[in-house]
Write a protein of this length. Structure first.
Length: 470
């Protein structure tokens, strides 16, 4: 491989102009992070037990010493990230976003890389064909995505992201966002997925196939890869690679394809790569349910700030009148439990308070599909894992694939926790899932009923052969 030469290190900003020195009081930010975490984080009591308390205190002392003289926000982020990662909770997250302060690199474009073929190298385009990049090898287990063409103002050779290998897995480092959590990447033929954020298709040295181009098109215009299709007279197929901000779109497609779905005896629901988001899976429940779906209570960690936030959440149910179409999900027993929680929270002396959950009533069991295969893999996390947990209550669902990511012991990302430096984003989960104390899954994920060891390109075929036998 020809040596790559740095052309420039640019301070990114409007028209790449010069900016005044940006600084932060790193120790002040760490102290605030520690204070809020110890007070509000639902995982703190169990993760900093007597056994781990000594290690935790040593970490705090070490990091506080490191932050004493640090004023550079990017360097400070690296220190604060160590604190967040101690807890090994992907919902407890910390990021730094500030384009004007990034030390982003512009590299020369080598001429020979397009004649080679390996896992990553080649020319790629994004889903809307607005950006073309070259991915090149710059060091052992390090690849950089360099701009070739695009509508943005960044120069040719600008590094959009870097791919690095850690512990036999590949991750992406983005140019404009630094995150405490690693961002997994995967390939599917000539398609490159940066988790469920975005997708790239290789066009050189070989072109993506017609099938790959078809899949790429399902990501255009913020469709996020959602796809509905009849595979044959027996199987209908739904692919949802993300539940991020697309509830309405999923709902519209379910309505559009309803008659097609219920004509097929079997349904394949493909959730591979789905790192979660919102609750778009709710619209699929009528095809999956065989009895009412019961959601267990979550456990709120009681603190003054958490109580205020949770009461604000509950106020929409106990103060305002619910729309008529919602009433079947909120029977009198649930509403009474909400009112009781709303009244008791300010006075409780409990360390954790049980918050009631909505139940999904069963109007009728859909005769078709009579069996549903749901595919999961190691990138499925958060609300997708919660959906996995609920599916255990359906007798017509069979889960296939590999164990999930492990990202649901502590629920969701609560509202942003303010830190002194405005471009730091800290999110602290304030509730734990019902299973967390007895059967935590953040270290292992959930395991499907049928483990598939074949390459992923064969998983749909495997499920189609197995499902009718059950």
């Amino acid at each position: 491989m020809k040596k790559l030469y740095y052309l420039a290190i640019l301070l990114i900003g409007v028209e790449f102009g010069l900016f005044a020195q940006i600084s932060c009081n790193c120790q002040e930010n760490l102290q605030k992070m520690i204070q809020k975490t110890e007070l509000n984080y639902a995982g703190f009591p169990s993760k900093v037990s007597a056994k781990k308390g000594v290690v935790y205190e040593k970490l705090k002392t070490s990091l506080l010493e490191k932050t004493k003289q640090e004023i550079n926000p990017k360097a400070c982020f690296g220190i604060l990230k160590q604190y967040v990662r101690f807890f090994k909770d992907k919902h407890f997250s910390f990021s730094y976003r500030e384009k004007s302060a990034n030390d982003s690199v512009v590299l020369s474009i080598p001429k020979s890389f397009v004649n080679k073929f390996n896992l990553w190298e080649g020319v790629w385009i994004n889903e809307d064909s607005t950006t073309k990049i070259a991915i090149v090898n710059t060091a052992p287990n390090v690849y950089k995505a360099l701009k070739l063409e695009g509508k943005d103002s960044y120069p040719k050779g600008f590094v959009y992201f870097t791919l690095v290998k850690k512990n036999q897995h590949w991750y992406a480092e983005l140019f404009d966002t630094f995150m405490s959590n690693d961002i997994p990447v995967s390939t599917k033929g000539n398609l490159l997925f940066i988790w469920n954020f975005n997708i790239w298709a290789r066009i050189a040295p070989q072109k993506a196939s017609m099938e790959e181009v078809k899949e790429l098109s399902t990501w255009r215009n913020h469709q996020q890869g959602v796809h509905f299709e009849s595979l044959n007279k027996d199987f209908f197929y739904i692919r949802i690679p993300s539940f991020g901000n697309n509830d309405g779109y999923i709902q519209s497609l379910v309505a559009q394809y309803h008659q097609d779905i219920i004509k097929h005896p079997y349904l394949i629901l493909d959730l591979r790569g789905n790192g979660g988001g919102e609750s778009g899976w709710v619209h699929l429940l009528p095809y999956l349910m065989t009895n009412p779906i019961r959601q267990e209570k979550s456990q709120l960690r009681v603190s003054p700030e958490n109580v205020i936030q949770k009461r604000n959440d509950l106020s929409g149910y106990v103060i305002q009148e619910l729309p008529k179409e919602y009433l079947k999900y909120f029977p009198d027993s649930i509403m009474q439990a909400y009112r009781q929680a709303y009244e008791e929270l300010p006075k409780t002396t409990k360390k954790f308070y049980s918050i009631p959950s909505v139940q999904f009533p069963l109007d009728s069991v859909s005769q078709k599909p009579k069996k549903v295969a749901v595919l999961f893999d190691e990138l499925c996390g958060s609300s997708t894992e919660y959906f996995f947990y609920l599916l255990k209550q359906s007798s017509k669902v069979v889960t296939y694939g590999q164990h999930t990511l492990g990202m649901m012991d502590y629920e969701g990302m609560s509202n942003r926790t303010e830190l002194p430096y405005r471009n730091y984003y800290l999110y602290i989960p304030i509730s734990q899932s019902s299973w967390t104390i007895k059967h935590p899954i953040d270290e292992t994920g959930f395991s499907p009923q049928v483990i598939l060891h074949d390459p992923k390109k064969y998983w749909i075929e495997k499920a189609m052969k197995d499902l009718p036998k059950r």
